[in-house]
Design a binder for this molecule. Structure first.
Ligand code: CU
Length: 136
């Protein structure tokens, strides 16, 4: 157990440097395909989502393709905004998974990882949180 913790600490320290090095959170604006679906690819890792700020249009179907960076730390991506028609909780894996929904209300909604290891801060507190912005 001690060894596992030590490895996780090392991973956490390593990825922290990676997060610090990445560029600022430029909003990613979803493109609408010829089939009328807005598609976005999201990569999750310790402890980030990329992109972490996504802009989509209201009342247009959204397809998120989510996957996890290789690594032993488990991650998920969840949203709980029923008022906007967006509720899901998906375990991330290296194999991409598809999440679909249609946002029905403008606003800024939080997407986050719900994982937490023992007494440590939650992944969300460590920075695994992003914004889905729904616009007209
Ligand atoms: Cu996580």
């Amino acid at each position: 157990m001690k060894t596992i913790l030590a490895i996780m600490m090392m991973l956490a320290a390593g990825s922290f440097a990676a997060v610090a090095a990445k560029e600022g959170d430029k909003p990613f604006i979803a493109a609408i395909g010829s089939d009328g679906i807005q598609r976005v690819e999201i990569v999750g890792g310790s402890y980030f989502f990329k992109p972490s700020h996504i802009v989509v249009k209201v009342n247009v179907p959204v397809e998120l393709k989510v996957r996890k960076e290789p690594g032993v730390v488990p991650h998920n991506i969840a949203m709980n905004s029923p008022e906007a028609g967006i509720v899901f909780d998906v375990n991330m894996s290296e194999e991409p998974k598809i999440v679909t929904f249609t946002p029905v209300k403008r606003g800024r909604y939080s997407m986050y990882c719900t994982k937490k290891l023992l007494f440590f801060e939650s992944h969300r507190e460590k920075g695994m949180e992003g914004v889905l912005e729904v616009v007209e």
